[in-house]
Design a protein around this ligand. Structure first.
Ligand SMILES: Nc1ncnc2c1ncn2[C@@H]1O[C@H](COP(=O)(O)OP(=O)(O)OP(=O)(O)O)[C@@H](O)[C@H]1O
Ligand SMILES: [Mg+2]
Length: 225
């Protein structure tokens, strides 16, 4: 197994008297894939959102690539390396192309630089035939594929995917699984929250099971305590 890319110690979060997260240590190895399982309400989305800096939790210490990081004061450079894809991705007005190139333009890339990357992401996600469809008219599965392309084009080191196959029909689900499996094979670090048996059973997938806010069991390596 490769070295750790992210180590978070002492993750705690409560709502009132309800403890939502109580994780002593979470260690993610570079290039590994993890699936977070657990009952509804067990804290999977909350954990992903805390890692992505979208939600606050008490954290004792965090190291990214060996460098101390304050998740409570989330650094912009970390947002470039770690991307969260929502279960129901929000696509903004404009075109699919605009949605996928947005992050690259925000990073200051000129059209000649971003256009080939966006074209490649469109081909990867298999959304080339949909480019004239307004994003709000896309189906759930199509939106999910655009969102995966929009994340991948930014070449993050860690993908956090929240229930990427939930509520998709059989064909859309298979298309999403193929993209996810491809990300996992491409030596990206991928953490997915999901209940999808086929994803859980993908080769090389490390399973982290959440219960009562803690990570109870795992396999495929010494991942969590
Ligand atoms: N703002 C809030 N106030 C109080 N409780 C909250 C709030 N947000 C989330 N929770 C609770 O936190 C718990 C964890 O929610 P979370 O969405 O992380 O679960 P999950 O494992 O992703 O569930 P699912 O499988 O349904 O997606 C839930 O019991 C939820 O009710
Ligand atoms: Mg959830």
């Amino acid at each position: 197994m490769s070295g750790p890319i992210l180590v978070v110690e002492g993750i705690h979060k409560s709502y009132g008297t309800r403890r939502i997260l109580d994780v002593p240590v979470l260690t993610l190895a570079a290039g590994e894939s993890y699936v977070l399982t657990g009952e509804n309400g067990s804290g999977k989305s909350t954990l992903l959102r805390v890692l992505a800096g979208l939600e606050h939790a008490e954290v004792v210490a965090c190291r990214y690539d060996g460098r101390p990081v304050d998740l409570g004061n989330y650094p912009d450079w970390l947002r470039r390396d770690l991307i969260y894809v929502h279960q129901h991705p929000y696509l903004f007005r404009g075109s699919i192309f605009d949605n996928i190139c947005y992050g690259l333009r925000a990073r200051g890339l000129i059209k000649a630089s971003y256009e080939p990357l966006v074209r490649e992401a469109i081909a990867w996600a298999g959304v080339g035939a949909l480019l004239d469809v307004p994003p709000h008219k896309l189906s759930g599965g199509e939106k999910q594929r655009v969102a995966l392309a929009r994340a991948r084009v930014l070449q993050p080191r860690i993908f956090l995917l929240d229930e990427p196959t939930a509520n998709l029909d059989a064909e859309a689900r298979q298309q999403a699984i193929k993209l996810i499996s491809d990300l996992c094979d491409a030596n990206r670090t991928v953490v997915l929250a999901c209940h999808d048996r086929e994803i859980i059973e993908l080769p090389r997938m490390n399973r982290l099971n959440m219960g009562r806010g803690a990570i109870e069991t795992w396999n495929g390596g010494a991942v969590c305590v």
